[in-house]
Design a protein around this ligand. Structure first.
Ligand code: MRU
Length: 355
């Protein structure tokens, strides 16, 4: 299966998702600044994948100290790596996985440096980043298994953006559910929303699923309402970039629209999200920072200008779907249903995760 992020010991390779499906090429990042730029510029994207890349970015900053490119000694290392971690974590604001993974690798680095000496920090950072990557694949398989149980035989599934192997350590969250249900012979068609402006659905989801031999139909985002109203969608599953304490979900722009349509037409609407995407420090979705990207992404399409000179564009990368529109959140620990806030506390805190 395709790998979005590959650790090479002294550099990170990021699959350049801007070039898919035309070309499969990797961008080489030799330091944390290049990793941060790769995240910001969408070479790598998807909440868990940017977390994994970010973790390795921090590991590269520790290697800088070893290579004599940064101040040495415990204090020098701590200052340098903490600054690098902040730089990487700020590359994109919405997906909490980035901050979460960067914090994890930073904490492991500082702990090793303090307890076992500066020399052990680099190995500790690499080990922690690799652990995040490995855990993510297991988590996705568990999400897939829980989610597939919700899918009825013969289902036509609609998904938005790309929450697949390309967006994670492998297998995918929303596409993990699709994959498992497909393996069980329960999927008759997958509809992929095109997902303007970056076309993650058309370029990435369709590519990924076709590689697995699934039947995929791409629709423009605005066709979803018609398709659903015609009774042609049985199940909707999307990913998440951040889930607030009350179950409100930030995900790719257009997710909220789908959730409204699903409610109107009584189609089950589910979010697939690892526990690492929950942010219990935020009471509701209103507090989630929503990234606004460059106008150019809307005013152009595949490098070609599509709007008259002088036209402005509004380009939020994400929207917030209130918990009340979500049938359930599929996690590695099971499916969270109403009462959302209460059940999130039980599942997430029960796991001893971020409070
Ligand atoms: O802007 P992107 O492509 O990073 O947005 C990705 C999404 O919105 C995904 O649905 C989300 O990160 C979940 S990926 C498992």
């Amino acid at each position: 299966m395709v790998q979005a992020v590959i650790w090479k010991g002294d550099k990170v390779l990021l699959l350049d998702q801007r070039l898919l499906p035309e070309r499969v090429e990797y961008v080489e990042c030799v330091d944390f600044r290049e990793v941060a730029a790769g995240i910001r510029d969408m070479v790598v994207r998807g909440a868990p994948a940017i977390g994994i890349a970010g973790g390795y970015g921090v590991a590269l900053s520790v290697a800088d100290v070893e290579r004599g490119l940064a101040p040495s000694g415990a204090t020098g290392l701590a200052d340098y790596v903490t600054t690098a971690a902040r730089h990487v974590a700020s590359a994109r604001p919405t997906a909490v996985n980035l901050q979460w993974a960067v914090d994890r690798v930073l904490a492991a680095t500082l702990k090793a440096s303090e307890n076992e000496g500066v020399g052990s920090a680099s190995w500790a950072a690499q080990r922690e980043a690799a652990a995040i990557e490995e855990e993510d694949v297991k988590v996705n398989r568990a999400i897939g298994a829980h989610g597939a149980q919700l899918v009825k035989p013969g289902s036509r599934i609609l998904t938005h953006c790309n929450a697949g192997a390309l967006a994670t350590g492998g297998y995918g969250t929303a596409l993990g559910v699709v994959r498992k249900a497909w393996e069980e012979g329960k999927v008759s068609m997958v509809y992929a929303d095109e997902t303007r402006p970056y076309l993650q659905g058309a370029r990435l989801t369709a590519w990924e699923l076709l590689q697995d031999g699934m039947d995929v139909t791409v629709i423009v985002d605005s066709a979803a309402g018609y398709l659903i109203s015609q009774g042609k969608v049985d199940f909707i599953v999307v990913g998440a970039d951040r889930v607030a304490r009350n179950g409100d979900v930030a995900n790719k722009i257009g997710t909220y629209t789908l959730a409204c349509l699903a409610q109107r037409h009584h189609v089950p609407f589910y979010v697939a999200s690892p526990i690492s995407t929950f942010d219990l420090t935020l009471e509701t979705g209103d507090r989630i920072p929503v990234e606004e990207r460059d106008e150019k992404e809307v005013l152009t399409l595949l490098g070609k200008v599509v709007a008259p000179v002088g036209a402005r564009a509004f380009n939020p990368a994400f929207d917030i779907t209130p918990a009340s529109l979500i049938c359930g959140i599929i996690t590695e620990k099971g499916v969270i249903h109403e009462p959302m806030a209460e059940n999130i506390q039980k599942i997430v805190l029960g796991d001893g995760m971020r409070a």
